[in-house]
Design a protein around this ligand. Structure first.
Ligand SMILES: [Zn+2]
Length: 74
């Protein structure tokens, strides 16, 4: 069972819509908890990682990959 690679700025769709009618959430914080902001009403929630993984239906778009080391090639 893979750990879901949440990234800041991911746009995700959950299994149930927010009461406001919005389906899409932007990931704004990664840590022990996953912070999600409703794209419809800007309401913010914090979910534990297991809960966030369980509610996730699909990624709408991905945030930038976090690079731990610069390769200096630029
Ligand atoms: Zn909402």
């Amino acid at each position: 069972m893979a750990i879901i690679d949440f990234r800041v700025q991911d746009v995700v769709r959950l299994r149930k819509p927010h009461p406001c009618g919005g389906w899409e959430w932007t990931v704004y914080r990664i840590g022990a908890d996953i912070g999600l902001e409703c794209r419809e009403c800007r309401h913010r929630v914090m979910l534990t990682r297991p809960v966030a993984e369980k509610r996730l239906k699909t990624f709408v778009s991905r945030g930038p990959r976090v690079e731990d080391e610069a390769d200096g090639a630029g």
